[in-house]
Design a protein around this ligand. Sequence first.
Ligand code: SF4
Length: 312
Amino acid sequence: MVYFFSEEERKYLLKKLIPGSREKGIAEELRGWNWETTELSPPHEIFLTVWEVSGKYCETNRDVYLRHVQKVSVPPSEEMVAGRIYHQAVAELYPTAKRLIYTQGLDVCTNLADVLMERMPEAVLEAEQQMAHVGGTESATKEVVENLRKLWYFEVSRIVSSIYTYLGKYRYLSDDSLINHALPFVLEHKLDGRYLGLSSNLSADAINMGGMLICDLKTGKKRDFHRLSVAGYALVYESLYEVPINIGCTAYLSFPKNHPTPHIERDFFIISDEVRQWFIEERDEMQDMIFYDKDPGKCMSAGSCRYREYCR
Ligand code: SF4
């Protein structure tokens, strides 16, 4: 499972990052629950998604201006669809395993891997359809399907291995207890971000309910602004439940050539004052731009941007 941590990572979290976050402390005015009386309160009644505020792929934010002010809509790129397919695979398998245990009981665990593998052909078919929908080339589709298969095998084996660890350890275990031990994340967790000027239908990739840690899955190259997504979800979570979220994790999923499995690199970090502040500044700038209808100007090089024909 892309969100399962290794023993070294767990140690790093427990011995270094969590104590570090306590020592460092987070300014009270940057805790989501203080949204009403601080700079966290949004300047306008405009609701943005976390990926809009945090996705700084356009250097001037003109993509957000085009979408919100000019009402421009462009289809997703092949790369985006591929990322969506991998996200969907992770988001389907994990809750499916939980559902099977709750509905069929622990007996299903004996051959859980086989049961989960039965679902792969359907996921492959769906992936092919999604790639065809955006005009994906034959070779691109082939690569995505191959990656999806690798990811599917990988996820199934990680899920089953985690479940077997606990079944092997405890003799009498309820289905609920097993799931809480072995599958402690909630995936695609819905959050209402309106207190912070964000969408009412946000979806955080993964939240570890025990450790109060938020994870975000990325399938592209590592960028410094990626930490903003987790900061955004953490602020929203704090605004809703008034519990602190101090640690974030960005999981980078890639498929190296000639490698039998996906590769996952996890970036753990303290959701510091700086990253919270940065998120809020980005949100304010975008809301002002939309509210006052201010065209932020064009970038120097459009590259393969999906909006380039609107920015000539
Ligand atoms: S073409 Fe340039 S300015 Fe326009 S949306 Fe894309 S990156 Fe931004």
